[in-house]
Design a protein around this ligand. Structure first.
Ligand SMILES: Nc1nc2c(ncn2[C@@H]2O[C@H](COP(=O)(O)OP(=O)(O)OP(=O)(O)O)[C@@H](O)[C@H]2O)c(=O)[nH]1
Ligand SMILES: [Mg+2]
Length: 229
């Protein structure tokens, strides 16, 4: 249960569409939060736990399950969550890997409505090459980052906590207020409130900023008309 007054209900999430290319994505308006991470890290499972809907995003023991960018609409108009294809799955042909990589790069570079990235890592194997790449990219672009250390049910509380604190310290040193880190377990439904609060603030701030921009546009138009009189 969320303690703040956000109107977003995550259990309202509905599949919108899958995109293999940037032009197939929903129109680039509103506010989006994307779940990124290595293949098999637990992105789709985290989305299902967040939305309390085990059937929403397809999960699998076979890495590389999510091959397309999947968009899910929320009850508040324009607010979406996005399940990105996993990185680093060894068994797909190189050509396919390069295609996904290009596709993911395109999305990350060009998607104006993207408000923040939830980087999902297996708490037992954090900060692999892909994770470092994403963090670097967030640092370069100023994209807000939330690190979800998932599968915490696989560790005892002490080691889980110390992994989280160590990582938080490292990342804060690099990214300051643009980063947050939390422990999560899809299996135990641990950390759901914290994740929802992070998303609430990104999505609601993003939508509010859009509204302000729209008002400014209207103001400019009126001003032009006025100027011509
Ligand atoms: N114990 C445990 N297992 C988990 C958790 N989250 C995910 N898993 C398992 O990890 C495997 C991969 O989960 P997915 O959610 O499909 O991973 P993904 O990151 O979406 O993978 P791709 O779509 O291949 O990129 C599945 O077997 C899940 O059941 C968790 O919190 N705890
Ligand atoms: Mg997946």
């Amino acid at each position: 249960m969320s303690t703040n007054a956000s109107p977003i209900r995550y259990n309202s999430a509905r599949f919108n569409k899958s995109a293999a290319k940037l032009h197939q994505c929903p129109e680039d308006i509103g506010a989006e939060v994307a779940f990124a991470g290595r293949s098999n890290a637990g992105k789709s499972s985290a989305i299902n736990t967040l939305t309390n809907n085990s059937k929403l995003a397809r999960t699998s023991k076979t890495p590389g399950r999510t091959q397309l960018i999947n968009f899910f609409d929320l009850n508040v108009e324009g607010a979406r969550i996005v399940d990105l294809p996993g990185y680093g799955f060894a068994k797909v042909p190189l050509e396919m890997k390069l295609h996904w990589q290009k596709h993911l790069d395109d999305y990350l570079q060009k998607r104006a409505c993207l408000q923040g990235v939830v980087l999902v890592m297996d708490i037992r194997h954090p900060m692999k090459e892909f994770d470092q790449m994403m963090i670097q990219w967030c640092q370069n672009t100023g994209m807000p980052l939330h690190v979800l250390l998932t599968k915490a049910d696989k560790l005892k509380k002490g080691p889980a906590q110390s992994t989280m604190l160590k990582l938080k310290k490292e990342l804060k040193a690099e990214l300051g207020d643009n980063v947050s880190v939390q422990i999560f377990s899809a299996l135990k439904k641990q950390g759901v409130d914290q994740l929802q609060q992070r998303l609430d603030s990104w999505l609601m701030d993003g939508l509010a900023a859009n509204e302000e921009a729209d008002e400014m546009d209207g103001f400019d138009e009126n001003y032009d008309e006025f100027g011509e009189e």
